[in-house]
Design a protein around this ligand. Structure first.
Ligand SMILES: Cc1ncc(COP(=O)(O)O)c(C=O)c1O
Length: 385
């Protein structure tokens, strides 16, 4: 199917509809935001200004700057226990571009790709653009939103080529534990599948450590790791990410990059190379994560006081994903009513896939005052309905 035909088939995001509705209402409190509210740390901005002054203003190789790719190799070894080479690392325009580049490197017409449900909204459309068919696999609340091998096996057919994994997850905030990743590794080998592992929230974790699937034995030909500077360093607008993949997948990605955008901006790549793996960066991330942790605790404590919502504490990212079955409303209807009657924006769970229904996503990448005000409004709303 052509990209144009896929675009005609894909409906615009339900999230957008609600945000449009909220735009016409004054004094709205938003739990809808999917990006850090912190500004990019000052020393990172300075690194970009310095890079401009030093003349890093021309094209880079399609695969990205050497120095940044070398720093990523170093980081993967030190932080993720992943041994790789710079030939396996490509710089991309955020994780979002890495999805489409990665899929285009191996998906053929009619191939099926398993995607998490609830899961990040880009996976399904990117699979379609690459000519594949997305197949949702369930992440159930009773399993702490972690994939069950039995579910994956049931959905795997002779056309299945790959599976998306996201840990920590948007929208659930849950982490896939090492033991579960080991089972997934066996499943990948048995079925000769590729995992596209989205690790953009790897640094935003509170309990339990993040484990990279690529660090497990025998995974080097089965895993494409996708990551980004967006969430870790509050750099969403910089549009900088990377992909780590077997060389036979990197080659077609480089070709596609060459004929579409050539490369991500040079000076942002240089700035990222300069700040990565520094103590200053580590401290800045720690500080932001500590703030997210306090906000998570506050939000979860407040949600606990609302009998209509059920939530187990999320372990990472900056989202809470409470169950709202007790309200008797579906997630879209409840989100709409919350905007209209309580002036609070929450994202309906169904926007993240069919298994996201009966939940709302609340982002706590926002100040404590906003969290308290929003939760006061939710409490009042539920007292009245
Ligand atoms: C799970 C997940 N992956 C990827 C992205 C996109 O990241 P980037 O800004 O690097 O394109 C997001 C953004 O919200 C996300 O939540």
């Amino acid at each position: 199917m052509s990209i144009h035909d896929s675009l005609c088939e894909i409906s615009s995001s339900g999230i957008r509809e609600l945000f449009d509705l909220a735009q016409d209402i004054e004094d709205v409190v938003s739990f809808g935001i999917g990006e850090p509210d912190f500004d990019t740390p000052e020393f990172i901005k300075k690194a970009a200004k310095r890079a401009l002054d030093e003349g890093h203003t021309h094209y880079t190789p399609n695969i990205g700057r050497d120095d940044l790719r070398e720093e990523i190799v170093k980081k993967l070894k030190q932080e993720n226990n992943v041994e790789t080479d710079k030939e396996n690392v490509m710089i991309t325009i955020g994780a979002n571009q890495a999805f489409i580049l990665s899929l285009s490197s191996f998906v053929k017409d009619g191939d099926e790709v398993l995607i998490p449900s609830p899961g990040f909204v880009s996976y399904g459309p990117c699979v379609k653009f690459s000519g594949g068919t997305p197949v949702e696999y369930p992440l159930k609340g009773e399993n702490n939103f972690r994939p069950k091998i039995e579910d994956l096996e049931e959905l795997t057919t002779e056309d299945t080529r790959a599976i998306f994994l996201n840990t920590p997850s948007n929208p659930t905030g849950y982490i896939i534990r090492r033991k579960e990743l080991e089972k997934i590794a066996d499943y990948l080998i048995e079925n000769d599948l590729i995992a596209l592992v989205d690790e953009v929230y790897e640094n935003i974790v509170y309990e339990n450590r993040h484990t990279s699937l690529a660090s497990l034995n025998g995974m080097s030909n089965h895993v494409i790791t996708i990551n980004s500077f967006s969430k870790t360093y509050a750099m969403t607008g910089w549009r900088l990410g990377y992909v780590v993949a077997p060389e036979d997948k990197i080659d077609p990605m480089v070709k596609l990059q060459m004929f579409t955008c050539a490369c991500p901006p040079n000076f942002t790549q240089k700035a990222a190379a300069d700040i990565m793996n520094t103590e200053k960066a580590e401290k800045a991330v720690e500080k932001m994560v500590e703030a997210y942790r306090k906000r998570r605790d506050l939000l979860c404590d407040r949600i606990k006081e609302i009998p209509e919502m059920r939530l187990k504490k999320p372990e990472g990212a900056f989202y809470a994903f409470p169950n709202i079955e007790k309200t008797g409303m579906n997630s879209k209807e409840l989100s709409r009513r919350l905007i209209e009657d309580a002036k609070v924006v929450c994202v309906p769970g169904e926007s993240f896939g069919k298994y996201g229904e009966n939940h709302l996503r609340l982002s706590y990448a926002t100040g404590r005052e906003t969290i308290n005000e929003g939760m006061n409004r939710l409490e009042n709303f539920f007292k009245k309905v």
